[in-house]
Each structure stands twice: as structure tokens, then as C-alpha cells.
Design a protein around this ligand. Sequence first.
Ligand SMILES: [Zn+2]
Length: 446
Amino acid sequence: MHFLAAPGLRFDLLRLALLVISLSSAAPSSHAVPLQTAPPTPQDIAQPASVTPTQNSTTTYHLSPEKYQKAIAYSRAGYRLYFLSVLWNLAVILFLLRSGFIAKLRDFAESRTRGHSLQAVLFVPALFVPLGLLHLPINLYWHHLSLYYQQSIQPWGSWFWDWAKAELLEIALALLVVTLLFALIRSKPRSWWLFAWLGAIPLSLFLGLIAPWYVDPLFNKFRPLQETQPQLVQSIALLSRRAGIPIPPERMFLMEASAKTNAINAYVTGLGASKRIVIWDTSIRRTRPEELLFIVGHEMGHYVLGHVAKGFAYFLALLFFALFLAYRALDWMLARRGSAWGIRGQSDWAALGALLLVLNVMSFSGEPIGNAFSRMQEHAADAYGLQLIQGLFPDPNEVAAHSFQVLGEEDLDDPNPPKFIVFWLYSHPPLNDRLQFAHNFPHPPK
Ligand SMILES: [Zn+2]
């Protein structure tokens, strides 16, 4: 949950989520509460920090005609690509099942060794590597779009290296999860889904804990915020005292996003000892200090209102039903198609193909359920951030409204998203709604 939804990121998370039952998206790292974008840093701000945003107040999210066209084209291309990728994934898995490819992989793994763990070591990468390669055209096109619309500035070589690292991680995680899952299916043919759910709890907590330490640094550079932005850290400390939740400076990081992107954003991530606020350096360059503080206030809202814990509980509740449904759907599917696809039963490695099909469908159908919850939290965090900055600046509502405007312009946020898209895909309320909410936020009684 970044302050603004980050489309490129979402594809990766989504995919990981599909493939590896639960691990990814919901639980850990995405509890990461998004920060909005951007704040300013005192020192590299060209304009004096005291300047009031604009002569006119910001009442709606508006773009110049040229930017408007671009934002519409970019976001629509992203929506189309998302739905295309969902269909494409289903088609690919179906093809691999119907052609007997997955059953042949199973035969190959079983012919080489009798040990289940070794079979998994042969079978899982042999399935996931082709899946990754078949998904590559979608990733390539997405990166092409991001470059074309000047959101990304990441060279292709570096992009490929990131892609390869993500694939390797995904395969390693899939190997672990699939090995454990199939051991469960073999020993508890009727209740494996329940034990899988129980196992997902510590696993997701663990991943949430270690992701900021060991996963995120594989893709971006992080430095303590204190190192380059001591003044910003001080302002945040002030704000966090105001909120009554002091955040130690060692929990604040700067992400060197400018190496790869022009977009601005910020977020909260990690669990327990790894919990932290991360601010993209691009945000610091392009927003005013007051705007940055509003964004941080929004993030503090996620903390204070317990969004991380609530989001986690919500995810686990959904996962409980999802795993039960997956168990039933798998049963149903194998009864109908199992022999045609050469699958002997749920405990057959080849059943993983059918399970991936089911999980893809469920993950897609679950989007609106997860996003509705997320939009609620984001709205609450906006209200909290607005509340927090009341009295801090002469016109706090304008500061917040203007920060949305800046974020939208820089990130080419869709100025006019179709209702269906908001319902299905938006993890945040549409930007214009957020901006107007800020503009009309009631001032506290004097
Ligand atoms: Zn947020």
C-alpha cells in the first residue's frame, strides 16, 4: 500500500501472491502501509519552505491537457495489461495442463528419485521457470510502457537483473511452500487446507519480518534517513511526538528510488523489529516540507490505527476461506479433468498445476475484497494525517490537497478512473476524492 498505487509493483506482488499461496502480498510486506508520496527536504528545496502552496487553493485534481492525455493513456494501458495478464496466466496454465507438460514433469521427477523432497527440487523449478518465461512478455511490455511514459528510467540491463532476482526468489519460496504443502496433502488428505492455513501464519509473519532486511535491499538501496536528511528526521520526530507515537530515527529510511523511477512515493513496511518508514528520495526532491509532513502524518495514521495488525488479520481470515475453497475446487476439478490431464489425485505433484489455476482465479476474484478493505484504511489514514497537521501550518487542508495534486502530476495518476476499475483494482480512493476530502476537511474549533 503505497500512498499512490504503484502499478509495476502490483504486478509483481500479484503474481507472487498467485504462485505462492499466501506469502506475499497480503501478509507481510504489504502491510506496509503506503505513504503517500512526497515530501520535501529542507535542504534541497529550491523554494523557501514558508511559501504557501499556491495563490489559488487546490479544489480538484487537474492536469494540463497534455498531461491529462498522458495520464489517461498510461493508466488505461495499465488496466488493459492487468486484465490481459490475468487471462494470459490462466491460458498458460491450462495449456501446460492439457498438453500433458505438467504430467510429464511429474513423471520425470518421479523417475529420477523416490524421495519427495528431491522430487520437489526437480519438479518445482522445472514448472516455475517456464511459467516465469511465459509471463515475461507481459513484464517486458509493462516496463516498456513505464519507460515510454517516463515513469521509469531504469535501463533494460538493470531491469532484467531485477527480473532474474525476483524469479529466483519466487522459485526458492515456491519450492519451500510446495514441499511443505504436498507433505501436508499426503498426510492429511482431507484437512490439509486447515494445516496449511495454520502454517501460513508463522511463515507470513517471518517473511514480513525479514523482507525489509533481506529482500527489499536486493532491489533498491536504502540508507538511514538521518544520514542525509537530519532536518527532515527532526520534523518527523516533532510530528510523531504530537501524535503520541514517537518513531525512533533509526526506523526511518531513504530509498534511492531516483536510480530507477521518476515516480514519488513512500511507505511503511516490516513487522516488529523490522518495522520502518521508507521515503523515496524522489519524493523529497519534489514536494514541499509541509507536504511531506502530511504524507508522514498519513503513514502515522496507519500505525496508530493499527492498520498493519488489522490488515494482517483480515488477510488471514480471507486466506482461511480461500484455502478451504481451493481444497474443494481442486477436488472438483480433479474429479472432472484429473484423468484427462494425467493427474492421479491431490497429492500428485502434477496437481500443483490445477491448484495454480484455482489460486489464480481466486486471487483475481479476491481483488475487490482486499481493495475495498485497503481503501477504507487509506481513507482513515488520510483523515488522521489531516487531523495531525491542523494548527501546524496556516492552511493545512491546502497543504494536503496540494500534495495530492503534486503526487498525481508526477505519477500520472488517472484523473478519471472508471468506477469498475476503482471497485476492482484501486487500493486507494481515487485521487480526486482524496484531494476534495482534504480540501473540505473540517477545521478544528478554535
Ligand atoms: Zn496509506
